[in-house]
Design a binder for this molecule. Sequence first.
Ligand SMILES: Nc1nc2c(c(=O)[nH]1)N[C@H]1C(S)=C(S)[C@@H](COP(=O)(O)O)O[C@H]1N2
Ligand SMILES: [Mo]
Length: 411
Amino acid sequence: MLNRLDTPFNRRGFLKKSSLATLTTLLGSEIVFAESLPANYLPILVDVDPMATKNKGLVVLNDKPWNVETPAHLLDDAITPADKLFIRNNGLIPASVDPNTWTLTINGESVKKARTYTLADLKKKFKSYTYQLTLECAGNGRAGYFPKTSGNQWTDGGVGCAEWTGVRLKDILADVGLTNDAVYIGYYGKDLHLSQDPEKPVISRGVPMRKALEDETLLAWAMNGKDIPLVHGAPLRLVVGGWPASASGKWLHTIAVRNKVHDGAKMTGKSYRVPINPVEPGQDPPEDQFRIIESMPVKSLITFPQTGAQLEKGKSLALRGHAWAGDRSVKELFVSIDFGATWQKADLKPAKNRLAWQHWSTNVSFPRPGYYEVWARATDDAGVSQPMVMPQWNPEGYCNNACHRIAVRIA
Ligand SMILES: Nc1nc2c(c(=O)[nH]1)N[C@H]1C(S)=C(S)[C@@H](COP(=O)(O)O)O[C@H]1N2
Ligand SMILES: [Mo]
């Protein structure tokens, strides 16, 4: 692999002027549609970490705490299996969880009287529901921002869409009884702070009442029809589809119903917040100029083929993937093989239920041998599309929903 300093790229990793010939040599094939290559655009085969392409399994971004992402081609399943769901922990997994003694307490300023339920109570007394729900870490895509922002350098794989079974939070809150000043809910989980100080909270986030009371907001004990794996929050987890996955509290033992915006760990400061007004890349405005991220933006993945695919001349390529848009649905998905100069509409299926990702597929033909990139671009039902290269830069590196792209070589 080339050292960045020796490449025909400038400090930002963008192509220096008139180095197309060098680049073609590096890629080992002609860049078909090179005339459409955006100025200073860096083709992906020279952009990626060489380890990432060789790695066949999930990629560990950090092992204390565990942060593991799933390469796009491993997210090909319609419903993400447990062993392919990304892992994002802020602290240490609780040492032991016992479903037989596990309880959930609902308290806070805006409950009439605090109540505690056993897991068995929840299962017995309330109707259970199953929904497929998209969970995407707000930091997914962070690695694509320049200037670089601190935090786990997620590429594309901090997202998944498993099926969750549990009770509706709204049914439990109705059973408890709320006062009319309820504004927000906040969760508390049993994980341990990295310092191992049991007094220190790891993360305690939440959502406003309108989201908390949606049908699909679940207190779940099962994932894909089985007990939730420990790493994903057993034995009870809050699941809030379409919003930053940090709202989906794992190892859940308490939900507080607050009479103000929840102020737990990682709810305040700049955590999971973006500037209210667009900022120049590299600028970091004061805290009061940030807003909490709510619905995640429209986004899509190409899950087949894997980037780097080789294809014989004259054969068409079947492509497929998923698209999602936070609280919205995805209306259209287009693919381009010429760096966004022209777009071809893909077949897009409706979601299994609200807040689940949608599957898309299409066939593309390549005019002649050479190096191509396939880009996918989704548009949501409000007409908002994914940006082709990079969305609004923000200091914490959240919500990068730029088009996913794969490299394809035609022999
Ligand atoms: N208790 C607890 N809940 C948590 C977290 C955590 O560290 N502790 N991480 C949050 C974040 S930032 C994300 S992205 C998701 C990740 O869920 P997963 O590991 O099941 O994919 O869990 C959320 N819930
Ligand atoms: Mo996250």
